[in-house]
Design a protein. Structure first.
Length: 401
């Protein structure tokens, strides 16, 4: 719904001006969103923070909109890559990361700064190949295949993402690790670096990845068992960083036969009455009807079969595995059972994962300063002129683009 019009503003769809805006602290400073320039705005803010931070230790979280859809870049960056609009997004983000790192370097903090750069999920394949990116796997420069599945799925194509960690005085540059770590692990790792002790009663799935940072190539997986959820259902688990246990696998389906080539290994259902007032596509579902149950569970050996093409059962288990099917599945089952015993089976209706359920309400969207909601449409209008559109573009000086 935030896709830009010809001027680079999120007005292509009627819902854009209402639902797409930019905050500075608790104030709307730009509505509708000038999405074409938002990467420059975020980068300028980050560079300003890094450049002006005092001598105390600091933490900064920068969440790019790249390379999420809708794909957008500043006009001077369009067509610069050989990878189409997606490639242009990657290159613009690369410039932005470089600008932030240069700011860290200028203030002399490069060697004392721990930096994580990672994606959050695999490609949104239902958006189509031109928008989704790839999960290609190369060995010695040769393409050997692509990971299975994508965003919204627990196959490796949905959850295995690029990750880079840099800390020059602590981490050896150029090392490549095959150890399983999760974005869950960033939080406890950062706390340790900051000298903050985790309270014993604090429940978190993450594990401090200090061992992997110290010995990237030699450290084992930081998780004996890591559960992978589809919605609120644990659908799979990775055991000891190698074995992927599936209690069920999501179905792939097509609701748009005329455009079935929009994606593969995904669910390309076009939603005619999109809840966002703009064309949208369905991710693969997590309800019972969307799942092919695997009982007994099947297992993939990610060391030998990263493409998850050859399902293993007890009958087909490799003799040289070093561990038995029963042991691997038993470890996954035990972790799942412990989680289910500790967590209430019904999600809190006010909690994460449910707050955006249902129809999005215009009444919940904020307005620019000096504007107010209309009684009937619940959209923002300028209070001084009844019915006039409410717009603002007052980025703080530090983020002017």
């Amino acid at each position: 719904m935030c896709e830009p019009d010809a001027t680079g503003v999120s007005r292509k769809f009627p819902s854009g001006p209402t639902f797409c805006f930019l905050f500075a602290n608790d104030t709307v400073v730009q509505q509708p969103l000038h999405i074409e320039n938002v990467t420059a705005a975020l980068t300028s803010h980050a560079v300003g923070f890094v450049s002006n931070a005092d001598a105390r230790p600091w933490y900064y979280l920068l969440s790019f909109l790249h390379v999420h859809t809708p794909l957008f870049t500043m006009r001077q960056n369009r067509g610069r890559s050989a990878g189409g609009a997606f490639g242009d997004n990657v290159e613009e983000m690369d410039d932005a990361v470089g600008a932030v790192m240069a700011a860290v370097e200028r203030r002399g903090a490069r060697n004392s700064t721990l930096v994580f750069l990672t994606s959050d999920n695999g490609p949104y394949q239902e958006e189509g190949w031109a928008h989704a990116g790839r999960t290609n796997v190369y060995r010695n420069g040769t393409l050997v295949g692509r990971l299975r599945g994508g965003k919204g799925q627990v196959f490796e194509g949905g959850i295995r993402v690029p990750g880079i960690v840099s800390w020059p005085t602590v981490i050896r540059g150029g090392a490549v690790s095959a150890a399983l770590v999760s974005t869950f692990d960033i939080f406890p790792t950062v706390l340790r670096v900051a000298g903050v002790a985790m309270p014993p009663s604090y429940v978190i799935d993450g594990v401090d990845m200090a061992a992997v940072l110290a010995d990237p190539e030699g450290a084992p997986s930081q998780h004996d068992v890591l559960l992978h959820y589809c919605g609120f259902t644990p659908l799979a688990a990775t055991v000891r960083g190698r074995w992927k246990v599936f209690w069920g696998e999501q179905k792939w389906y097509t609701d748009d036969p005329a455009n079935y080539t929009i994606c593969t290994q995904c669910c390309n259902g076009i939603v005619p009455a999109s809840r966002l007032f703009a064309p949208a596509t369905d991710l693969c579902g997590c309800e019972e009807k969307d799942i092919v149950a695997r009982a007994p569970p099947i297992v993939y050996d990610l060391r030998e079969d990263v493409f998850e093409a050859n399902a293993l059962t007890e009958a087909t288990w490799p003799a040289a595995a070093g561990v038995g099917y029963v042991d691997v599945v038993g470890a996954a089952n035990a972790t799942r059972a412990a989680m289910e015993a500790a967590v209430h089976p019904t999600p809190d209706p006010q909690g994460a994962g449910t707050c955006t359920a249902g129809f999005p309400a215009a009444a919940r969207q904020p307005c620019c300063p000096g504007c107010e909601k209309t009684v009937v449409s619940k959209t923002c209008v300028a209070s001084a002129v009844e019915g006039a559109a409410c717009e603002c573009d007052a980025l703080p000086a530090a983020v002017v683009v």
